[in-house]
Ligand binder design. Structure first.
Ligand code: BES
Ligand code: MN
Ligand code: ZN
Length: 501
């Protein structure tokens, strides 16, 4: 879809459809009011009759509005004006876009970007509108023989800003929004692909492809033999139970100065997690194809960062393998040696994410990173603790925590901090190795992070557990593309910080 930024009055628009808001109870937004005046009270008349009282979720399509140059006017319920915050705004835009896409309006001029959203400016509203619109229209159709796409989909979405002075702000916001949306789409596509297609080798090919089409971006793939030489015994032990060879995928983006330390992002790339010998129950096991959503998100961020040509260095590291039961698989009680030299007793082969991540985190040291952020569908316990709204955040560095929390608020892709206290480390004690790979039932998300923390002592590090946020379960099952918006926002803010200095 194309996004265009424009300023101008609603009664002057010659287009297929104009979109304006109506508040509860039966109150026209200021731009709807303008249109109402130009149409001699046509809108207020309809509202007065009670066809729409303005609740969020309601829409009303009007044809042949007298005095307007447009074919149609779409009224969109915006709820109570005083209560219009981030999530209400996103819902309103979603409703508008879904309706437009269904009615065959291939083009629309949308005035919802001029609504007052608590504490938000034009830049935020435009960018969120772009991201939300793309999110709402996303479909995963690749593997269906009959595609369920709209017959005449919305192609051109024109977003308005209050005056010509705001056009430049709007353009920047829409460019950023489009880059984030493309990254989200990539992450969703990779996440939704099944395990028989999206293998570690497939992810490696995707990375090469991504790099080929973008400036400043290079891909490098480490094979099993390379990892063996590096001593990545923990990562390799997970891959042993699968016929798919593991890959360590590196995407290196150098948009900044040569000497600038990179941000390193690490994504868990288990392309299917059956649990290994500690096999999972059958119910919903299909969802473990999503166990590479950390990897997918990291690819999405690299795509967005490269599309925006940001003046900063970012390196993505994706350890990728498949976790299956097999005669050669890890067994409970096996002891493996990680690249760091620390030994690990594998008490549960289903705690495989931390085993592949720990070696990738040690590998990250060689980039002398300014910060390392890993992203992983790591623990079911995180979904129990936090539900499906925020990602879990655990970190060894306060300022990094603050930066991520704030990027989460700005992007709407939020995180919530859990404690990474010393006291929890005891749960990882092993009688036979330096540590066990599980810490018992209590605080499962925290002990998983404690495990990782033993491999991240040399740099500022944060861990994002996205088990509850990376995909939606149930009827609308599908990848969300999170936390691409969060991490892109984080990188954007770091890039801007540098410019200001
Ligand atoms: N990929 C899973 C985590 C997961 C489970 C994400 C359910 C989303 C939904 C991970 O590899 C895993 O199996 N973790 C175990 C850890 C346990 C064995 C300590 C878990 O959460 O049960
Ligand atoms: Mn597992
Ligand atoms: Zn897993």
């Amino acid at each position: 879809m194309d996004f265009i930024i424009k300023s101008g009055l609603p009664e002057k628009q010659r287009t297929a459809c104009i979109v304006v808001g109506v508040f509860e109870p039966r109150r026209l937004s200021s731009l709807a009011e303008r249109l109402d005046k130009a149409t001699r009270g046509y809108l207020s008349n309809i509202i007065r009759r009670g066809d729409l009282d303005g609740a969020i979720g309601q829409t009303l399509l009007l044809h042949n509005v007298p005095g307007a140059l447009t074919d149609r006017v779409l009224l969109v319920g915006c709820g109570r004006e005083r209560e219009l915050g981030d999530s209400q705004y996103r819902n309103i835009v979603t409703n508008a876009v879904t309706t437009l896409n269904g009615i065959g309006a291939t083009e629309a001029v949308c005035y919802l970007t001029e609504l007052n959203v608590k504490g938000r400016d034009t830049h935020w509203k435009v960018r969120q509108a772009v991201e939300t619109a793309q999110d709402a229209l996303y479909r995963f159709n690749q593997l269906k023989s009959k595609k369920d796409t709209a017959r005449r989909p919305l192609r051109k979405f024109i977003l308005t800003v209050p005056s010509r002075r705001d056009l430049a702000i709007g353009e920047v916001a829409s460019k950023e929004g489009a880059a984030v949306a493309a990254g989200v789409q990539l992450a969703k596509d990779l996440g939704n692909l099944p395990g028989n297609i999206c293998t570690p080798s497939y992810l490696a090919d995707q990375a090469k492809d991504l790099a080929k089409r973008r400036k400043h971006l290079k891909a490098e793939i480490l094979e099993e033999t390379d990892m063996d030489k590096l001593g990545m015994g923990a990562l390799l032990s997970v891959a042993k139970g699968s016929r798919q060879p593991p890959k360590l995928i590196i995407l290196d983006y150098r948009g900044g100065s040569k000497s600038a330390k990179p941000i390193v992002i690490v994504g868990k790339g288990i392309t299917f997690d059956a649990g290994g010998i500690s096999i999972k129950p059958a119910a919903a096991m299909d969802e473990m194809k999503y166990d590479m959503c950390g990897a997918a998100a990291v690819f999405g961020v690299m795509s967005a960062v490269a599309d925006l040509n940001l003046p900063i260095n970012v390196v993505a590291i994706v350890p990728s393998a498949e976790n299956l039961p097999d005669g050669n698989a890890n067994k409970p009680g096996d002891i493996v040696t990680s690249m760091s030299g620390q030994t690990i007793e594998v008490l549960n082969t289903d705690a495989e994410g931390r085993l592949i991540l720990c070696d990738a985190l040690t590998y990250a040291e060689r980039y002398q990173p300014s910060a390392v952020i890993d992203v992983a569908t790591l623990t079911g316990a995180c979904v129990v603790a936090l539900g499906r709204h925020p990602s879990g955040l655990l970190s060894n560095h306060g300022p990094l925590t603050n930066d991520l929390v704030s990027a989460g608020k700005n992007s709407g892709d939020r995180v919530w901090e859990l404690p990474l206290w010393e006291e929890y480390q005891d749960q990882l004690k092993s009688n036979f190795a330096d540590m066990a790979n599980i810490g018992g039932r209590d605080g499962g998300t925290i002990t998983a992070a404690c495990f990782l923390s033993r491999f991240t002592k040399k740099y500022n590090w944060a861990h994002l557990d996205i088990a509850g946020t990376a995909w939606v379960t149930g009827e609308k099952k599908g990848a969300t593309g999170r936390p691409v918006p969060l991490l892109t926002q984080y990188v954007l803010e770091r890039a801007q910080e540098k410019k200001r200095r």
